[in-house]
Design a binder for this molecule. Structure first.
Ligand SMILES: Cc1cc2nc3c(=O)[nH]c(=O)nc-3n(C[C@H](O)[C@H](O)[C@H](O)COP(=O)(O)O)c2cc1C
Ligand SMILES: [Fe+2]
Ligand SMILES: [Fe+2]
Length: 401
């Protein structure tokens, strides 16, 4: 993609990556992504906002230089320093070591270890601080945990452009940069939601604070660091309304207590069913079901766990450990939202029985509230074991009242 003009002396100079199918190891990117960066040419000074993934450095330089030579850039503003945005900074500094790097306090600390350069000239900016480029003014808005501690937005006052970095972005790649040119709107909306879920889902309260901070800005363009630019006449209201709605705290009328398990020979399943019976005996209206982890999409189960009031997790012991599906499910835990969440661990074993203590240790590490010792049953649960499991489910439910 060549440079694209957004407003007077404001350009998109980022690069497209239509072929990307997995981002950050864990995110599927069916529609590719873009690494957006922007150039603001003021009457006195020129600022580049974001760099890009280091793999695309040469193309990125071509885009910048179609507008102005790298040597003419005075400031590089990094709203957030994950290497998809800061990755090309070190190479850029080779071309122009005189550039001042503008970042939040946290961002400046991260950048030292991302670039491994000790000679960077930093300008650390605070919430509300401004930077004049002559006829254009940039204002910095702290946006912590959207989605890293370093995150901030940059507001270009005269042209009413908000550079929001990952906020309101999407892993969605089409050759035209504006939301009114999107060829497959339903695909964009799917990507926009998937991106929110993966990146901002765990930070709902921070999203609401971020929206509040920008609510009085008279925005014409939101320029995110991935996906299309959002414009006032097209999707601006839509994207803000979506983030607001998706970030509301979830209030359940009755308790939601899913029971996740998996089982090679049905033994752990029997314990799961007995626990379910026990929970229902104390909380008859609770939404409690058993889910064999391998029968469901892991992302949906992860969401269910994250949105639950409490949950139980069962695994047999195989090769001295819990089985991979149980670990995979825990890899989807929103560690912030699930802190102190009550949970119960169980499983059948043959001789060594590590599954229950290993899962317990992990859940404690995630700062959840694990109920007692959980329950281990050697091989096939007896009637007495099942009665105990039912009682355990009842005790667990009673502790949630
Ligand atoms: C391949 C394999 C490896 C196993 N490794 C262990 C083990 O390391 N320690 C242990 O206590 N039990 C081990 N077991 C025994 C199972 O935990 C036991 O059969 C249990 O009842 C299975 O529960 P399930 O029917 O819920 O899968 C192993 C079983 C299999 C099939
Ligand atoms: Fe990021
Ligand atoms: Fe990003």
């Amino acid at each position: 993609m060549a440079a694209v003009k957004i407003a007077d002396s404001v350009y998109a100079v980022g690069v497209l990556n239509p072929g990307l199918r997995v981002f950050d190891i864990v995110m599927k990117t069916e529609f590719g992504t873009t690494y957006n960066a922007y150039l603001v040419v003021g009457s006195d000074k020129t600022a580049l906002i974001e760099t890009c993934h280091r793999t695309y450095f040469e193309h990125f330089v071509e885009n910048i230089e179609s507008i102005c030579p790298i040597e003419k850039i005075d400031y590089v503003i990094l709203n957030h320093n994950e290497p998809d945005h800061s990755g090309a900074l070190a190479a850029l500094l080779e071309h122009n070591p005189k550039m001042t790097v503008v970042a939040s306090q946290a961002g400046s600390l991260y950048l030292k270890n991302i670039t491994n350069r000790s000679d960077i000239q930093f300008k650390v900016v605070k919430d509300g601080e401004t930077l004049s480029l002559g006829n254009k003014t940039l204002r910095f808005i702290n946006a912590p945990f959207l989605h890293w501690p370093d995150s901030m937005f940059t507001w270009l006052e005269e042209d009413r452009v908000l550079f929001s970095c990952d906020f309101l972005g999407s892993h969605y790649c089409e050759p035209y940069m504006f939301d009114y040119n999107i060829t497959y709107p339903s695909k964009y909306e799917e990507a926009f939601k998937g991106y929110y879920d993966a990146i901002f889902g765990p930070f709902g309260s921070y999203v609401l604070k971020g929206l509040e901070k920008i609510k009085d800005l008279d925005i014409d363009f939101v320029c995110p660091s991935h996906g299309p630019i959002i414009t006032r006449g097209c999707r601006l209201d839509y994207v803000r309304e979506c983030y607001e709605r998706w970030s509301q705290p979830i209030v359940h009328e009755t308790k939601v207590i899913p029971i996740f398990y998996t089982s090679a020979y049905g033994n752990t399943r029997l314990i799961a069913q007995a626990i379910e019976k026990g929970i229902r005996s104390v909380l008859p209206d609770a939404d409690t079901e058993t889910y064999d982890i391998i029968d469901y999409d892991m992302g949906s189960l992860g969401r269910m766990l994250n949105q639950s009031d409490a949950f139980a997790l069962g695994s047999p012991t195989i090769n001295r450990d819990a089985v991979p599906p149980a670990w995979m499910l825990l890899s989807h835990v929103d560690a912030i939202g699930c802190a102190k969440k009550p949970c119960l661990v169980f499983g059948s074993y043959g001789w060594s029985g590590e599954a229950v203590p290993n899962l317990t240790a992990r859940l404690n590490g995630l700062k959840m509230s694990v109920f007692g010792e959980g329950m281990k049953v050697c091989f096939v649960p007896s009637e007495e074991d099942l009665e105990k499991a039912t009682q355990l489910g009842a005790d667990f439910a009673a502790s949630l009242k």
